[in-house]
Ligand binder design. Structure first.
Ligand code: HEC
Ligand code: HEC
Length: 374
């Protein structure tokens, strides 16, 4: 081999080594998220294959969630309407963002989003958390931000370029959405008194236990089974809607035909879906007043009064609600009542209070990283 060939080979090797080093630099190597667990009673969950949970993605998502620069005038962050202490709601009947105009809807709690109806918003408009995340950012009343402008702002920041590079590679709208979705997927609430009871660590009081039984039972007069049928829609341990298709959406009798919102009909185009809204999780429900998609009820007492004696009929009213009665039903009447007594209503409210998870609302991993100084 003559010298020039050897030299050429050496140059080639050096170039290849440099290229590998360079690729390592631009090609992210994120770390799979360690220590992420979820109670097995919640059932299986899926994380999208193109957005696995990584430490870098979740950390970046947490920062973005709390960063007001995501809004047009840097005054609103996701956390403006999703406050950790309120189980990621905002305490308002209808949320208020950058424009100061109340939105059409009540802010939704962000807990256990990996399960239940994998459709987001009250009417199910968004099919994934990634898709959902970019909607409020660009909404005129929410955050009114132009995505290209936001990308420019993040590129000019001293921390973000490196955080994005390590998590996903580059700063893009898609990766902003991925990071926010990843952070939201880690918001697991599983340490309420009810969870402790399920794990055999605590006993419920007699009142809570009565409430639990009523919550879980569909009434059957023939066998003297009293029940409030809540579980028919706020299903299983998650107390949220079912995850198959659009089964997690129902018309729970809030309005008469004329007043009914389109709800799921907006997504499916089916008349049968008119007025069907997402059955939200009831976890931390004692912290997330006001209630329902428009925040019409300020207390859980009002919610129970609604289900017990305030059901309004419309064509898509859930048959589960129409059937549920603790007294023999007069089948001709279009009035629907659970016919629970006061003691039973109080017991259900006592049970709902056992769904409050103090750890969830104080967990540092979910808190504002700018205040925590992380
Ligand atoms: C101005 C208040 C406001 C801001 C800001 C806001 N949200 Fe929301 N959020 C809401 C309201 C209101 C809803 C319900 C809206 C609807 O159904 O149309 C909602 C719904 C959601 C849902 C659906 C939850 C479910 O169970 O279906 C998710 C997820 C969510 N927001 C995440 C975010 C993220 C991420 C950001 C920041 C990029 C954000 N929100 C910013 C008010 C806000
Ligand atoms: C037929 C299904 C169905 C049944 C049965 C049902 N719910 Fe609901 N629930 C829903 C739906 C759907 C919503 C959201 C409706 C809306 O806002 O338009 C909801 C909303 C709620 C809310 C407000 C949640 C929030 O975040 O604002 C509470 C509290 C609640 N239900 C408690 C109960 C209790 C307690 C029972 C049993 C007495 C019960 N539900 C029975 C479907 C149901």
């Amino acid at each position: 081999m003559n010298r020039s060939v050897a030299l050429l080979m050496l140059c080639g090797l050096l170039l290849a080594a440099a290229a590998v080093g360079f690729l390592r630099y631009i090609e992210p190597r994120p770390t799979p998220l360690q220590g992420f667990t979820a109670p097995f009673v919640f059932g299986k969950f899926n994380v999208p294959a193109d957005n696995p949970l990584t430490q870098e993605g979740v950390q970046l998502g947490r920062r973005l969630f709390y960063d007001k620069r995501l809004s047009g005038d840097n005054s609103v962050s996701c956390s403006t309407c999703h406050i950790q202490q309120l189980a990621f709601t905002d305490g308002k009947a209808r949320a208020v963002g950058i424009s100061g105009n109340p939105l059409a809807f009540n802010s939704m709690s962000l807990a256990n989003l990996l399960w239940g109806a994998q459709r987001f918003f009250w009417d199910g408009r968004a099919a994934t958390l990634e898709e959902q995340a970019l909607i409020p950012i660009q909404g005129a009343d929410e955050m009114a931000q132009d995505l290209n402008e936001l990308i420019g702002e993040l590129k000019a920041d001293e921390a973000y370029p490196d955080l994005f590079r390590r998590a996903y590679g580059k700063i893009s709208a898609e990766n902003i959405a991925r990071a926010l979705a990843s952070f939201e997927r880690t918001l697991v609430s599983a340490d309420s008194r009810y969870d402790q009871y399920l794990r055999g660590e605590v006993k419920l009081t007699a009142e809570e236990e009565l409430g639990r039984k009523l919550f879980m039972a569909h009434p059957d007069v023939k066998v003297s089974l009293r029940g409030a049928n809540c579980i028919d829609c706020h299903s299983q341990f998650l107390t949220s809607g079912f995850s198959t298709g659009f089964d997690g959406f129902s018309n729970n009798g809030l309005d008469t035909e004329e007043m009914l919102r389109p709800g799921l009909q907006l997504v499916t185009g089916q008349l049968a879906d008119r007025g069907r809204l997402k059955a939200p999780t009831l976890r931390n429900i004692a912290l997330t007043a006001p209630y329902m998609h428009d925040g019409r009820f300020t207390t859980l007492e009002q919610v129970l009064d609604h289900y017990n004696e305030g059901i309004r009929y419309s064509e898509t009213l859930s048959p589960l609600i129409m059937e549920a009665d603790n007294q023999p039903r007069d089948t001709i009447s279009m009035r629907f009542s659970l016919n629970l007594n006061e003691e039973e209503k109080h017991a259900i409210i006592a049970f709902l209070h056992t769904l409050t998870d103090r750890r969830f609302i104080t967990e540092e991993k979910f808190s504002n990283p700018f205040e925590a100084g992380d």
